[in-house]
Write a protein that binds this ligand. Structure first.
Ligand code: NDP
Ligand code: HSE
Length: 431
């Protein structure tokens, strides 16, 4: 082949290693598909000594990442170092130098998206970020291409593999939260700072990208309501199961009457919902479009090879466009006029699961239901399994649809009752 596409990688960690393996393992096939030779000229990492289990030409290994963005021979830089400091500088400089960029760095795109996508507009290069949402599932391409005929009305996603892995292990194997998190870290699913996974931040980063593509504008992190899974106990998982529900960390985008909801939180889902059967590090995203209706995409959402698959897909897309001379900016976020208002969490309306820790004595139910009723909250189910007269026992209530503001007011009033012995857990529900 006449042409060569020259690549350079920043970050030879979990995903970087997967990319190098993929480029080696499928070299011939990828070159045939791209119509050019692929040459990985540089691999930059702070540590170029550690064995990654893949053989590389030692002369490609360097520690100075900036050297690769300033090399005129490099066509595409692959940013897999993570973080928002050096990675930001690196990407901005690469775009300024007219190079295309492929990244899996959702944190950076969510925190500095406006700046980075503006830099892309001014560059002759492109930025590919398929790997930044849902690992190996091609959801960015799906939204941009497969669903392009639609107004996206809602997105429901299980888009953090680590949190889903933890909830699955807690529910199916009765493994503790901490142990499950340690396993997820060993398996390479977790972020460098795993609180991003368990506190819902990583899901929010990804939701920001999906929601922004849907609304064709760029939202900011402070517009997303974020709640993680730390407060979810084995008990809640068991009680949810008594009502035929499972608990999942969901990322939700809903558009209605010119307003959108952007929220990430643990959610009770009926067992019959397809998303309920998404286990371990798998992810799934369900889109509802005004033309197509509902469809759902499922696959591995984290880890070395699934994520590498998405990174290499972007390399091939950009490489093909370079070969054919058709590299064009997509201008995904052009909407500057019709920007939807993001609804405050207090104004959402949904059903709620509530777990009270109450003294087991007559009249308790009446006191709680009285306050809920006064706040316009109607109860659909009540459940008390344990019986320990005079002691604290769990009391579970499921409500009909209620406004979040009313739920919070009621719960703060209930918290002052003498019969309440611990913080009340409340979890939103979706059908
Ligand atoms: P790792 O920590 O395994 O790899 C990052 C690598 O980059 C490390 O080897 C690190 O070196 C190196 N690095 C950090 N800063 C620099 C720098 N300034 N110059 C050169 N090298 C540097 O992370 P992952 O591979 O797991 O993740 C990479 C990116 O992919 C992140 O943005 C992450 O959010 C994203 N991602 C990860 C997924 C996963 O399943 N793991 C899935 C989807 C996206 P050192 O270790 O010495 O600090
Ligand atoms: N830490 C992320 C997760 C990696 O667990 O989903 C994939 O983006």
């Amino acid at each position: 082949m006449e042409k060569t596409i020259t690549l350079a990688l920043l970050g030879f960690g979990t995903i970087g290693t997967g990319v190098v393996k993929t480029l080696k393992q499928n070299k011939q096939l990828l070159e045939k598909r791209i119509g050019a030779n692929l040459s990985l000229k540089w691999i930059a990492d702070l540590d170029i000594v550690r064995d990654r289990g893949v053989e590389v030409d030692p002369s490609t290994l360097i520690t100075d990442g900036m050297r690769i963005v300033n090399d005129p021979e490099v066509d595409i830089v692959i940013e897999l170092a993570g973080g928002c400091t050096f990675a930001r500088e690196f990407i901005l400089q690469a775009l300024k130098n007219g190079k295309s960029v492929v990244t899996a760095n959702k944190a950076l795109l969510a925190e500095h998206g406006r700046e980075i996508f503006n830099a892309e507009q001014e560059s002759s290069g492109l930025i590919g970020f398929e790997a930044s949402v849902a690992g190996g599932i091609p959801v960015i391409k799906t939204q941009r291409e497969g669903l392009v005929a639609n107004n996206i009305l809602s997105i429901y996603g299980i888009i953090n593999g680590t949190a889903n892995y933890i909830l699955t292990k807690m529910s199916k194997e009765k493994i503790s939260f901490d142990e499950a998190l340690r396993d997820a870290q060993k398996l390479g699913y977790a972020e460098a700072d795993p609180s991003f996974d368990v506190d819902g931040i990583d899901s929010a980063h990804k939701l920001l990208l999906l929601g922004s593509l849907a609304a064709e504008t760029i939202f900011s992190m402070d517009q997303i309501y974020v709640e993680g899974i730390r407060h979810i106990t084995e008990r809640d998982i068991e009680y949810a199961a008594e009502f035929d529900y499972v608990i999942k960390l969901l990322a939700i985008y809903k558009k209605k009457n010119g307003m959108v909801q952007l929220r990430v939180h643990p959610t009770l889902l009926p067992c019959s919902n397809l998303l309920s059967s998404v286990m371990d590090s798998f992810n799934a995203i369900s889109f509802r479009g005004d033309i197509v209706g509902t469809n759902m995409y499922y696959g591995r959402g984290a880890g070395e090879m699934p994520t590498a698959s998405a990174v290499v897909a972007d390399i091939i897309d950009i490489g093909r466009a370079l070969v054919s001379g058709t590299l064009r900016n997509r201008n995904d976020f052009h909407n500057t006029a019709d920007i939807p208002v993001v609804q405050n969490i207090d104004d959402i309306e949904t059903r709620y699961y509530m777990r009270f820790s109450v003294i087991d004595q007559p009249g308790v139910l009446a006191q709680i239901s009285g306050i809920l009723g006064k706040n316009n909250i109607s109860i659909s189910d009540v459940y008390q399994k344990e019986r320990r007269a005079g002691d604290a026992v769990p009391l579970i209530m499921i409500t009909h649809r209620a406004r979040e503001h009313d739920v919070r007011s009621a719960l703060s009033e209930i918290a002052n009752l003498d019969i309440i012995k611990a913080d009340t857990v409340f979890i939103r529900m979706e059908e």
